[in-house]
Design a protein around this ligand. Sequence first.
Ligand SMILES: [Zn+2]
Length: 330
Amino acid sequence: MSRAKLHQLGIELPLLPTTSVGSFPKPDYLMKARADYAQKKITRSELEQAERRATEFWIRKQEELGVDVLVDGEMYRGDMVAYFAEHMEGFQRGGLVRSYGNRYYHKPIISGEVRWKVPITVDWWKFAQGLTSRPVKGMLTGAYTVMDWSFIESYPDRRSACLALAKEIRKEVEALIEAGARIIQIDEPATSVRPEELPAAIEAMHVTTDGLPAYFITHICYGAFEQIYPGMLDFPVDNLDLEMSNSGLDLLALFRKHRYTKDISFGIVDVHTHEVEAEPVVEERLRQALETLPKEAVWVDPDCGLKTRTVEEAIAKMQSVVTAAKALRN
Ligand SMILES: [Zn+2]
């Protein structure tokens, strides 16, 4: 069914399309430029020049590797929630809190009425898509995750903050579609943490996407899947992008118990290890996926964003994804 939708949108993909979850590591010169900019040693436009150079590097790299659906690599983002909060009205920058590993980010405070003012990601999407003839995914963070990773002061409860955000984020989706994006990924990594809020996350996704002409993907990080599956199949998206390998493919057992009904971006390499898995290991994971899921429904990618790996590790892991997909297409 989703193949038909892609066809309608003018996108033809091979069997087992390859992609990535979104973020790639920032090359050293960009890390330095970000630090220099923070210390006011370089201008905003010098920083953007480094961001564009790094974006072009990753587009070329994905093309060379033979990836089918590309991403811009998020060279311009620090954190996936703070970035959107900084570009919308109604937020204040909060204090530093720890997220995963040893990373810190400024946890935003929702302190007023949230409002989308201007396109946030559209220029980056246009720049990236302008560099390649392969489809580039539009990438944004979903309302539920923006809400969950912020402090809420100006809404009576989490659900109302989430729905208000969903209505505004829809405007970003519309702007991406207007610019020409046909595959749009709305990340909701936080969904798997509080099963009791799954209905609110799904309701928000309806507000953000209903009736809009694009193939929608949502990435959910590993969590309490046994409690949100099969409920998460109610997300109004075409494709769920899931972290499968870090947990030893244990989700496949859930899919056998209750049939999985959407397309899936199936993570076949672990993003949490420096080690690049051997080809047979990666191919075996994909083979197991194909024993449980219809081959037409399977896309192939790493478990999660690769931004915490080195540039070399990220390239090697993407290479493993492409090699395994090509091997099993035959
Ligand atoms: Zn993830």
